[in-house]
Design a protein around this ligand. Structure first.
Ligand SMILES: Nc1ncnc2c1ncn2[C@@H]1O[C@H](COP(=O)(O)OP(=O)(O)OP(=O)(O)O)[C@@H](O)[C@H]1O
Length: 470
């Protein structure tokens, strides 16, 4: 069973303070016409000592963003650039969000509370700075499902409905508005580094490398890695390790993120920004989530390559601080790390003990072929084969050679796996939209958390922080 952090004391800290002058711009939250509490993540609130807040206090914090945290004078809209669908865009940045507060959890890990839909900033361009309620709902569903499937994801901490009518091209409009608060270890993106490279702010880049190494620590590079004493090289290795594992975790979850731009890549390795995401209805590498992804650039099966490409952009930014060969050596680890992580996580989801790269790789390949041929929905496949059960032919034989980890959670014998297909997402939204009925959402979240309990913690790369330890 995952263990809860030792204590739950809320201690505001702002290690970002020393970088704030050049990393962001102070902004104010929008003055919303109303604030209605729609979702408070009490599980994670307990982990950071905020579960004692009354609903009224909660709304003040996460609807009005008051009082301002003691050490962070004002909310900070963070500056960044990024490659969007491989085209460099220097005009982005937090256009509808800001860093609201920083805390440390019971294990001294940094946690950020960031917002989405909290109003306009210097980076809003033509945007209204708002988030739709449906967008907020989709963030809850994606993060809860992914957390239960062992993905290192940001957490949806709060959704407050804000009483505005928004116009959107991709939702029937006018549509309801919301402000979200997101909990994650950090909000430093690959695009944050790209911006510093383009603006030739080398001192800032070095300071940001130090910040990331200190706040999101991990193991040192392998013994034989060239340049392993260089901070930039160390950070490169950590990001390669994290993103290889992240890519693997999405594949094992059957998840298609949809928008794998470099501004959506967190240095902490956490998955975040859930827009047009989908879970696979069947095993199909070409399955594309975003209606605007006409080339299928971020299709399900291309996600590992997309993250590898993004690591390349990170290396190019760090090239201003380090030589190329050590950065290339780090990049070269992505493929093998990804393969190992897929095998490890595949076995974890099947409830069997890993047998090492070769057998696990074969198991993954045979499973993929079986799903592709039968059209079986991936959640159903993993559930049916849990503990190495079932399976015909070569796959069945191989599965039988694995040792089951032994499951005693009732979830595994109820016969019905949880999934998160688009029809269910739309049905949950319809209940809210048509009848203001939030019960289907709360029921779904409870079932997903139960599935998470049944799975237990996923294997993560050695020495890395994982926030799914509640
Ligand atoms: N309604 C909006 N108003 C202002 N800016 C917006 C709006 N929607 C998106 N943006 C900005 O467009 C860029 C890309 O949007 P994207 O959807 O990737 O980010 P986001 O979802 O707003 O934030 P995050 O990446 O933190 O989840 C970002 O700079 C974002 O702030």
């Amino acid at each position: 069973m995952p263990s809860a952090p030792e204590h739950s004391e809320y201690r505001p800290v702002t290690p970002i303070e020393t970088l704030a002058d050049w990393l962001g711009d102070e902004v104010a939250a929008a003055d919303f016409p109303e604030t209605k509490l729609r979702f408070r993540n009490d599980r994670w609130a307990a982990a950071v000592g905020l579960d004692g807040l009354s609903d009224e206090e909660w709304l003040k914090h996460f609807g009005r963003f008051l009082p301002l945290p003691e050490n962070l004078p004002k909310p900070l809209a963070l500056r960044y650039h990024g490659h969007q669908f491989r085209v460099y865009n220097p005009d982005i940045g937090d256009g509808r969000g800001f860093l609201f507060a920083q805390m440390r959890d019971g294990e001294e890990r940094l946690l950020d509370l960031g917002t989405k839909g909290s109003g306009q900033t210097p980076w809003s361009r033509a945007g209204d700075g708002r988030l739709t309620l449906k967008g907020g709902l989709r963030e809850i569903l994606a993060t809860e499902m992914l957390e239960a499937l062992g993905v290192n994801t940001s957490k949806t901490f709060s959704i407050v409905e804000t009483g505005e009518q928004l116009e959107r091209g991709d939702e029937p409009s006018p549509t309801r508005s919301a402000v979200m608060t997101r909990l994650s270890h950090g909000h430093i993106r690959i695009g944050t580094f790209q911006r510093l490279m383009v603006l030739e702010e080398m001192d800032h880049m070095a300071a940001l490398v130090d910040y990331c190494l200190t706040q999101f620590p991990g193991p040192p590079p392998p013994e034989d890695a060239p340049g392993r004493d260089e901070p930039a090289v160390q950070l490169m290795h950590l990001v390669v390790e994290r993103l290889a594992d992240l890519a693997a975790s999405w594949m094992v979850a059957g998840f298609v993120h949809g928008v794998l731009n470099t501004d959506n890549m967190n240095i902490s390795g956490e998955s975040f920004d859930y827009g047009p995401w989908r879970f696979l209805p069947k095993w199909e590498p070409g399955f594309t989530a975003a209606y605007f992804d006409h080339q299928g650039l971020y299709a399900f099966g291309r996600q590992p390559e997309a993250l590898h490409w993004n690591c390349g952009q990170f290396a190019i930014a760090l090239r201003t601080l380090a030589d190329a060969p050590p950065l290339i050596a780090a990049m070269e680890r992505f493929g093998p790390l990804y393969m190992a992580a897929v095998g490890r996580r595949w076995c974890w989801r099947l409830g069997i003990e890993s047998k090492g790269l070769e057998d696990d790789g074969r198991l993954v390949g045979l499973s993929e072929a079986a799903m592709a041929e039968s059209g079986e929905q991936p959640d159903a496949f993993f559930y049916r084969h849990r503990g190495g059960k079932s399976g015909e032919g070569e796959l069945g034989e191989l599965l039988q050679s694995y040792t089951a980890i032994g499951d005693d959670h009732p979830y595994w014998s109820e016969g019905a796996p949880e999934s998160m297909l688009i029809d269910e997402v739309e049905a949950i939204w319809s209940a809210i939209d048509e009848r203001d009925d939030w019960q289907p959402l709360h029921d779904k979240v409870a079932r997903l958390r139960r599935m998470g309990e049944a799975h237990g913690p996923a294997p993560v790369p050695a020495g890395h922080i994982s926030k799914n330890s509640i």
